[in-house]
Ligand binder design. Structure first.
Ligand code: PLP
Length: 391
């Protein structure tokens, strides 16, 4: 059996999405900037996708700007704001658990003379609103807090954070790449100025994303060149990708509630069964304020990489507590930020569910994983001591 439980890393393209994309990979190849019928067809397709995405955010289409993915949207929001407002201030507030697209953009700006405050999180992965208020200074120009975390699934109080940002007249960006498609976002009511989203996390193609940029918010460009995207993001549009993104977004928001209920039930079943079957296990992330598709567990006395390899051998694709960029064995900055020791962080497993996940797949994992953990523990000298009652 092959079981994919790594939907937070990426998702497969839905058949309806591929079907919408196909014409733009074959016979409809016009450049949207061209003044002929070939170009007009492509222009119409891009406009339609922009409408589809705007609808899901209750935004105006002219507030949606397509990018080459979530990472670009994050970089654009952060660097674009920094460069636009640097005469006003050079202080940025973010969190210790952001995706590297945000963290590394901020670290880059630090080298350019900006100051960055990295807010800590509690054991559930939540920031403190008091910490946020205390961090705001007269020269703070941007707050960037992710909507939901990609490793532990914790959902931040975005509305409250936005209100604080507004009170202090500071721009607010949220990396919603994981939350988009799972949670309702109404930009008419949500005090957020910029939102990053990405197609491949919600059954669309890789390499296409968007930045929601609230009307009136001015940031500098990141990509210079032609006049595409209302002169804000140069480059001939990835038409097929954009069309796929629009379709995927539309499909995701047809019935979020049913989607949420189904995945929540499967997620809780998986989590409960595994925690029951495997002693010395803890759940990472907030017990309630978490994404409907995320289970993140730490198993004491084992090492995540060996667990992943063993799971892979029985056809299960998951993710560990190491920095997600393969090759690195450093424990994840997110797990360390919620207070896990290096040892425990190393024994962590992220299972993320999706639309194609079935109860049979959950049952299969519940059958396969406990003996794998047991076998690895049997090789651990630490676990030996526990068994002998020396702990
Ligand atoms: C995947 C992800 C990104 C990066 O998006 P890409 O489209 O892969 O560049 C950014 N932030 C979060 C929270 C993510 O999960």
């Amino acid at each position: 059996m092959n079981v994919y439980l790594d939907y937070s890393a990426t998702t497969p393209i839905k058949p309806e999405v591929l079907e919408a994309m196909m014409p733009f990979l074959t016979q409809q190849y016009g450049n949207p900037s061209s003044l002929h019928s070939f170009g007009r067809e492509s222009r119409k397709a891009v406009d339609n996708a922009r409408d589809q995405i705007a609808k899901t955010l209750n935004a105006s289409p002219d507030e949606i700007f397509f990018t080459g993915g979530g990472s670009e949207a994050d970089n654009w929001a952060i660097k674009g704001t920094a460069y636009a407002l640097k005469s006003k201030g050079r202080h940025i507030i973010t969190t210790a658990i952001e995706h590297h697209a945000v963290l590394h953009a901020c670290e880059y700006l630090e080298k350019e003379g900006f100051q960055v405050t990295y807010l800590p999180v509690d054991e559930n992965g939540l920031i403190s609103l008091d910490d946020l208020k205390n961090a705001i200074k007269s020269d703070t120009i941007l707050i960037s807090v992710m909507y939901a975390n990609n490793e532990i699934g914790t959902i931040q109080p975005i509305e409250e954070i936005g209100r604080i940002a507004r009170e202090h007249r500071v721009l607010f960006h949220t990396d919603a790449v994981q939350a988009y498609g799972h949670l309702e976002m109404d930009t008419k009511n949500l005090p957020v100025d910029m939102i990053s989203i990405s197609a491949h996390k919600l059954y669309g193609p890789k390499g296409v994303g968007a930045l929601y940029l609230r009307k009136g918010v001015r940031i500098h460009n990141l990509i210079h060149g032609g006049g595409q995207e209302k002169k804000k993001r140069a480059g001939t549009e990835n038409i097929a990708g954009i069309v796929g993104f629009g379709k995927a977004a539309e499909l995701a928001y047809i019935d979020v509630e049913t989607h949420d209920q189904r995945l929540t039930a499967l997620r809780d079943d998986l989590k409960n069964q595994l925690m029951e079957a495997i002693p010395y296990t803890r759940l990472n992330g907030h017990p309630e304020r978490r994404l409907c598709n995320n289970v993140n567990l730490s198993f004491e006395f084992i090492e995540g990489e060996s667990m992943l390899l063993s799971l892979d051998m029985v056809g299960i694709g998951a993710s560990s507590g190491s920095a997600c960029t393969s090759g690195s064995l450093d424990p994840s900055h997110v797990l360390l930020a919620i207070g896990l020791s290096h040892e425990i962080a190393h024994g962590s497993l992220r299972l993320t569910l999706g639309d194609m996940t079935t109860q049979e797949e959950i049952d299969y994992v519940v059958k396969q994983l406990p003996p794998i953990v047991q076998r690895l523990r049997d090789m651990s000298p630490l676990y030996e001591q526990v068994k002998e009652g020396n702990r």
